[in-house]
Design a protein. Structure first.
Length: 616
């Protein structure tokens, strides 16, 4: 049984820190079967649709990164190349290019690239001409090649020079053949663009066009590379979330999906660009990658049902673009207000969202009341401890009994040390007689696992924790502790080489390791000396393993350990279990005691009879 407890403790320990995210991906990520498209910049037409009258042709593909013969330029220079409609809202700053009617300049007002408040605003979308363009467009396709359509080089006319919440802009273009195309672009106070696409037919015959929306991204961004968080293309199709890695589109592969409503986008850790078509329309979605390495291009698009516009009539549809920060309350508000199907899944809550999301709401509510996310984490820990207090009490009471039996266990070890099977039998008799559950010591760890992972998910995934300070040197709870050994705990800041990062341990991970060591001292030690030494090594191992984790998570773990120590110490005192020097003295006394003086062994010998004695 002692061996089983040892194995269980090791498995749980490793599971907590490393095993979970690799053994259990946060969501199913199996994509539908892949089909290979042509190695051009343009996705093939949606499945089952050919370029024939009444069917949708291909969506226009991505242009070159920069105009031929030109080098990449600064963001300011790229923006200056084309006339623009500017916008400024409480959350966004940027502009819309009139060339191509391209939404390609979106920056976040309240979020900076670095912790320094003077660093540039975080960009979400960027124009053609910079190193990594990233933009959205809305337009039309037609199966009739005679219909002249607006394209990426079309210069649109705007009815005003700015757009703001409650003040939409209208972009128009006359094809010279009786069709007037219009884009009415409105913005709210957060991150949503509402785009109404319409066509006025002044010709003498009906025309059929297919509205589409697309997002193009050049270059593969640096992702976290972990199963804990999805980064890359994803969407909800027919009510089901599907996620794709950038590697799914190697060798010009593509995904084609037919869906009613839903949404499709590309997400980073904290921001995303997402297309949301009319939720009642049937759309054909294509996700595609072309090129490789620095020349990689990724395009997601949807094509809506054909609009047949009679002479003298106007036809149109409405779609949306979300380009901004993944703030939980904003995402949920859009889902409720506009009916965007399962839009809350744009934030990766994982398999246990039923627990993770309520934990986030409680944590955010505590932050609003207290004003500091670090203190909110500590109060949340107290609440969690209070919820599990009765269960932990029973566990610690059982551990106290185990601690009190430590001298007896040492005597059994001295008497039957070479006969493992007999010693285990005697231990089980001792446990039954004293009504002790030897596995109870693992219960506190088991209880903490779901809370640990849920809090880890919250701290790692949600933008609300980004750049949130604690006290002292902790300026960002979502980042590792910056006061590390290799920097003299912040007194000698320098760029620590990559090969030394393993030893770059912060103050809070050290505090966590010390609390883990102190808590371990209160637990009954394994009778096997090898196991005992391994357990003594665990606090050191955890200190190194927790060092790269976010400071908020390490603070939670250290504080949780401290509360557990206080609770366990109180219960052990109440049950009369030896603590500290008394426990060491009792163990030493038991180790030097005469084996023949063990009453349990004597009883066992009587039950075993002469036969068992002869065998020895």
């Amino acid at each position: 049984m002692d061996q089983k407890n040892f194995i269980l403790a090791i498995v749980l320990s490793v599971l907590i820190i490393t095993g979970w995210q690799y053994a259990f991906p946060t969501k199913p990520t199996t994509p539908p079967p892949q089909t290979t498209g042509a190695a051009t910049g343009t996705p093939a037409a949606p499945a089952g649709q050919a370029a024939a009258p009444g069917t949708a042709p291909a969506v226009p593909g991505a242009p070159a990164t920069v105009p031929a013969g030109q080098q990449t330029v600064s963001r300011e220079a790229a923006l200056a190349r084309n006339p623009r409609v500017s916008f400024s809202t409480p959350e966004l700053l940027g502009s819309i290019s009139l060339k191509g009617a391209r939404i390609d300049d979106v920056q976040l007002v309240k979020y900076r690239e670095e912790l320094d408040p003077k660093s540039p605003p975080e960009p979400v979308l960027s124009p053609v001409g910079v190193a990594h363009p990233y933009y959205a467009e809305f337009g039309w396709s037609a199966s009739d090649a005679a219909v002249k359509l607006p394209g990426p080089d079309t210069l649109w006319t705007a009815d005003q020079s700015t757009v703001a919440p409650g003040k939409p802009v209208r972009l128009t273009w006359d094809n010279g053949g009786g069709l007037i195309f219009a884009l009415d672009i409105a913005m709210d106070e957060n991150f949503l663009f509402t785009v109404k696409q319409s066509v006025e037919n002044k010709s003498d015959k009906p025309v059929t066009v297919f509205p589409w929306g697309l997002i193009v991204r050049f270059g593969q961004p640096k992702a976290e590379g972990t199963y804990v968080l999805h980064e890359g293309p994803y969407g909800v199709f027919n009510g089901t979330l599907k996620e794709f890695g950038y590697s799914d589109f190697k060798d010009n592969k593509q995904q084609k999906i037919a869906s009613t409503g839903g949404w499709v986008g590309i997400t980073d850790k904290y921001w995303m660009a997402t297309l949301i078509p009319d939720q009642k329309s049937k759309v054909d979605v294509t996700l595609k990658g072309t090129g490789a390495d620095a020349d990689a291009k990724y395009q997601i698009d949807y094509v809506g049902p054909g609009l047949t516009v009679a002479p003298g009539a106007t036809g149109g549809t409405e779609g949306y673009l979300f380009a901004g920060a993944k703030i939980v309350r904003v995402i949920d508000a859009y889902r409720e207000k506009y009916g965007f199907e399962r839009f809350d899944l744009t934030i990766d809550w994982g398999w246990f969202s039923f627990f993770t999301k309520p934990l986030f709401w409680l944590l955010e509510w505590l932050y609003v009341q207290i004003g500091n996310f670090g203190l909110a984490i500590m109060v949340l820990t107290v609440i969690v401890k209070a919820v599990f207090f009765p269960l932990a009490n029973k566990s610690y009471a059982a551990m106290s009994k185990m601690k009190r039996l430590q001298p007896e266990m040492e005597k059994l070890k001295a008497r039957y040390g070479e006969d493992k099977q007999r010693m285990n039998q005697e231990l089980m008799q001792l446990y039954r007689r004293e009504k002790v559950n030897p596995a109870a010591g693992c219960l506190p760890i088991v209880v903490q696992i779901p809370v640990f992972f849920a809090l880890y998910k919250v701290l790692y995934t949600t933008i609300e924790m980004r750049h949130q300070p604690f006290f002292g040197w902790i300026k960002d709870l979502s980042a590792p502790d910056p006061a590390t050994i290799m920097t003299g705990f912040g007194f000698f800041p320098w760029h620590v080489p990559e090969f030394l990062h393993f030893f770059n341990i912060g103050l809070w991970p050290l505090v966590m390791g010390v609390t883990m060591f102190l808590q371990q001292r209160l637990n009954p030690a394994p009778t096997d000396p090898v196991q005992a030494r391994v357990f003594q090594f665990l606090p050191i191992m955890f200190t190194f393993m927790m060092a790269p984790f976010s400071a908020g998570l390490v603070i939670y773990w250290a504080w949780s350990n401290t509360l557990s120590i206080a609770q366990q110490y109180f219960i052990m005192r109440r049950h009369g279990a030896p603590i500290g020097k008394k426990a060491a003295k009792a163990a030493a006394s038991a180790a030097t005691a005469e084996p023949a003086a063990v009453p349990v062994a004597a009883n066992s010998d009587k039950k075993g009879g002469k036969g068992s004695g002869k065998k020895r």
